[in-house]
Every structure is written in structure tokens, then in C-alpha cells.
Design a protein around this ligand. Structure first.
Ligand SMILES: C[S@@+](CC[C@H](N)C(=O)[O-])C[C@H]1O[C@@H](n2cnc3c(N)ncnc32)[C@H](O)[C@@H]1O
Length: 249
């Protein structure tokens, strides 16, 4: 695949985007999302978030962060508690997810703002953020290049970005994709949330999303530099992609 925006396979055209109302789906499962998440990930997502947040170590103590697709605020709460002078804007278009997670930031609420907002049109001024964290959201963005351009707009030159995601595997992973994700995970999700479709969407959305290489390319095209990928334990199921906002020309 060539490194140009026009040559990156766009997930925007895939039929799933039209058939799944992602916002309604997350609003529907919001109250049971954390319970399902903890069982399915066996708590490993907590370690992944910690690794992602460690990449912000060089940012100033009073940095301003965006948590994009903040959901039930695990990332937002982790940033706000680990960095006592930081401010965090948690943006998510599913208001019920933010509401379900709001008790997690009750101690730090003075430095946390919850915004029901779409990642394609963020309600922030240009260049306000020093750091952007996004966990398991970008796979859902139906116009990904538009959303990454928006991310570039709201970050200052030198800002750090850390994206956790399940990217499309380059080589087939028979157990994780063929058995766990396809069969076991929808059953667990169904048992805990009563919503089987939401957990069938997860493997489908991974299968149609970018590989890490595709996503790295998109970030560079959007104006980010120092783009790099770390595959996370166990078995490179999830990846952490980090980048720095370049200087606009
Ligand atoms: C899998 S959840 C992850 C939530 C949280 N970041 C976490 O790590 O648990 C994905 C979140 O992205 C949000 N999301 C998806 N598409 C979005 C969009 N276009 N704009 C804003 N939020 C979006 C969903 O509402 C959902 O809360």
C-alpha cells in the first residue's frame, strides 16, 4: 500500500457503518459496559491504559488533555488522578457512557470536563491540547481522515497522542479472531449486557478496520510525526500507536 491518503483503504465505505448505529449501541449498553469489559479483557485493559499514559511523561504537569471516545471515563480518571495539576476534556458522542462513568471522576471533577461531542467535529479551539489519549474509539470513526484532521486541529505543535486500539491483524490469529472474538466474546457480552449485536459488532469492526501500518500512514498524512507502534501483551491483541503533532507548514 502506498503512503498517500487516497491510497489508504477507507473504512468509510464499508457497509457496516450504515447498518450499525454506533452511538445508539453505546448508549444502550452504557450501564453494563464496565462489567462486560472487565470480564472480557480480564483486567488487562487497565495495564494497557497505564502503558499508554506513560508516554505522556514528558508533558508539563499542568498539561491539558483530550480523552477522545472517553466512554465510561477509565482513561480520563487515570489521567486526572495520576496528574494532579492536569486538566482533562472527556469527549464522547454517547452521553449515556459519560453519565455511567461520571462517578469515577467525582474526586477530580474540578479539573475534568465531560463533553457529549462527535470526534468528527470537536467543540474545541485550535491547538488547545498538549496530549490526546484515545482508547478503543478510532475503529468506530466512520470518517477517520476527517476525525484525524480534527485531532490535528485541536492539538498544539509538539502535542503527544496515544491511541490504543484493536487493529486489523496482518496475519490471521485463529484463536483470537476465529474463536474468541467471533464466538466466545459475543456470548459473554450477551450474558452480561443482554445485547448480543453490540458484541458481534466488535470482531466485525476489527476485521474491517485499518492495520497498524494503515493507521500510522493516516496519522502522518494528518500532520503527525514520530509515529510508532507498540504491540501489547498478550499476543499483540491490541496495539498502542503514539505520535507527535508536527509543526504546520
Ligand atoms: C469501546 S468504547 C471505549 C471507551 C473508553 N475509551 C474505554 O477505553 O473504555 C468506544 C467509545 O467511543 C465512542 N465513540 C465512537 N464513535 C465516536 C464518535 N464519532 N465521536 C465520539 N465518540 C465516539 C463510543 O460512544 C464509545 O464510548
Amino acid at each position: 500500500m502506498n503512503d498517500t491518503a487516497s491510497n489508504i483503504a477507507s473504512p468509510n465505505s464499508a457497509p457496516l457503518a450504515a447498518s450499525v448505529d454506533v452511538k445508539a449501541m453505546f448508549d444502550r449498553i452504557a450501564s453494563r459496559y464496565d462489567a462486560a469489559n472487565r470480564v472480557m479483557s480480564m483486567g488487562i485493559d487497565v495495564l494497557w491504559r497505564r502503558q499508554a499514559l506513560a508516554t505522556f511523561a514528558e508533558l508539563p504537569d499542568d498539561a491539558i488533555f483530550l480523552d477522545l471516545g472517553a466512554g465510561t471515563l477509565d482513561g480520563t480518571a487515570a489521567i486526572a488522578t495520576s496528574r494532579p495539576r492536569a486538566r482533562v476534556c472527556a469527549a464522547d458522542f454517547a452521553g449515556e457512557m459519560l453519565r455511567a462513568g461520571s462517578p469515577k471522576v467525582s474526586d477530580t471533577h474540578a479539573r475534568v470536563a465531560l463533553h457529549q461531542a462527535d470526534g468528527h467535529v470537536l467543540p474545541y479551539r485550535d491547538g488547545v491540547f498538549d496530549g490526546v489519549f484515545s482508547a478503543f474509539c478510532v475503529r468506530n470513526l466512520v470518517r477517520l481522515d476527517v476525525a484525524l484532521a480534527e485531532l490535528a486541529r485541536v492539538t498544539r505543535p509538539g502535542a503527544r497522542v496515544a491511541v490504543l486500539e484493536f487493529f486489523r491483524p496482518v496475519k490471521p490469529r485463529w484463536f483470537f479472531d476465529g474463536i474468541y472474538n467471533r464466538h466466545i466474546l459475543p456470548l459473554i457480552g450477551w450474558a452480561i449486557t443482554g445485547d448480543r449485536a453490540a458484541y458481534q459488532y466488535l470482531p466485525e469492526s476489527i476485521g474491517r478496520f485499518d492495520s497498524t501500518h494503515d493507521f500510522e500512514t493516516r496519522l502522518r498524512v494528518a500532520g503527525f510525526t514520530d509515529v510508532s507502534t507498540k504491540n501489547l501483551f498478550p499476543g499483540a491483541i491490541a496495539s498502542l500507536i503514539t505520535a507527535t503533532r508536527g509543526n504546520p507548514e
